[in-house]
Design a protein around this ligand. Structure first.
Ligand code: BYC
Length: 315
């Protein structure tokens, strides 16, 4: 077979909704795009543990603490499924982790903002996980098999995360004046960064066209962002709070909410490493990696020993 035959078979699979699997032939750029997106996604899950981890020791009750620990643990699990999924494309865990720790790899801009109050745990669950779910439901149908399958389980857990976030804010929204103020303040601070999670507008999105053709992405950044605004603009009514956007308004003609302009300078500044917490996040990740080195060594010795025993039994 010549290269054109491989390309044709690959494209037929994409057109016929047949998943691409690790051992299938694929264009080098398809492989690279998936490694880029899946590893960035994995890094986001792992770095995303930090703003919430910050509040585990200060959760207001045992119940809230247990829920938050479970949620943060879920994020770690999501990171692990995703790293495994990227590894099937021929990259290594070490390579990906090194790129994160050196600052070479990107991760979601949202996790470079500080979590200042308990209400932020609610706002992160409701808005950040809410934005993540819309994106990830789409990714359950992505064309690369191992990524799509990882997403199915992740989405189930994310939907629990979003509901716990909303419920946390619902309790605060019915509380004292201080609790209501704290709730509104968290929404004010997390709203615009949540909208930025969907990436640049379609006209500025360098990867979207090709990723849509390959069915890695099924909806554009702007389509998903609009879906998110429409969902949250309704849900906030139940909280009796407001979104910090004077231009937010239902548009009967479009059957969507109109909303104000995102501060794209802020977005790119954060993506380039100059957000409020970029340096802090990378320092925390590097420190955890160094301090965990003895655990990795011990786990490796244990695994080698087990393998040796198994081989001896067979022999
Ligand atoms: N932040 O061409 P575009 C979670 C980059 S975590 C930083 O539109 P693409 C959770 C983009 O990478 C969930 N960078 O890109 C965890 C590209 O640069 P490169 C995280 C961003 O890939 C813990 C450039 O801008 N979800 O749920 O077609 C606690 C141009 O963009 C961002 C995922 O990772 C950003 N926000 O589309 C709680 C989902 N946006 O790579 C919750 C998987 C864009 O060319 N990822 N950039 O140098 C995706 O679906 C897509 O990668 C994106 C961007 C929609 C994010």
């Amino acid at each position: 077979m010549v290269i054109q035959d491989f390309e044709r078979i690959f494209q037929e699979k994409i057109d016929n909704e047949i998943k691409i699997e690790p051992k299938d032939w694929m264009p080098e750029a398809y492989r690279k795009t998936n490694i880029r997106q899946i590893s960035q996604h994995a890094h986001s899950e792992v770095v995303g543990m930090l703003p919430e981890g910050n509040w585990i020791s200060r959760a207001p009750s045992l119940k809230r603490k247990a829920i938050l620990i479970a949620k943060v643990q879920d994020e770690a699990g999501h990171g692990l499924y995703l790293y495994s999924s990227a590894e099937t494309l021929g990259t290594s865990r070490d390579e990906m982790i090194n790129d994160l720790h050196s600052g070479k790899a990107k991760y979601s801009s949202i996790f470079n903002y500080p979590s200042l109050s308990w209400a932020d745990m609610g706002a992160i669950g409701w808005l950040v996980d809410g934005a993540a779910i819309l994106n990830q439901v789409m990714l359950c149908r992505t064309s690369y098999g191992p990524y799509a399958r990882a997403m199915v389980r992740i989405c189930k857990e994310e939907s629990f995360h979003q509901r716990q976030g909303f419920e946390t804010l619902l309790v605060l929204s019915k509380g004292t004046k201080e609790q209501k103020d704290m709730c509104q303040d968290a929404i004010n601070r997390w709203w615009w960064p949540s909208l930025m999670m969907f990436g640049p507008k379609d006209s500025e999105s360098t990867n979207s066209d090709q990723s849509m053709k390959w069915k890695i992405k099924r909806k554009t950044n702007d389509e998903l962002r609009q879906q998110f605004v429409d969902m949250i603009a309704e849900q906030i009514k139940l909280l009796g709070m407001r979104l910090p956007d004077n231009k937010l308004q239902w548009n009967e003609e479009r059957k969507h909410y109109d909303f104000g302009e995102i501060n794209w300078d802020e977005f790119w500044n954060v993506v380039k490493g100059n957000g409020p917490c970029n340096k802090q996040r990378l320092a925390a990740r590097n420190k955890a990696h160094e301090e965990g080195s003895w655990v990795r060594k011990a786990a490796k010795v244990y695994a080698d020993k087990k393998l040796k025993h198994k081989k001896e039994k067979i022999a």
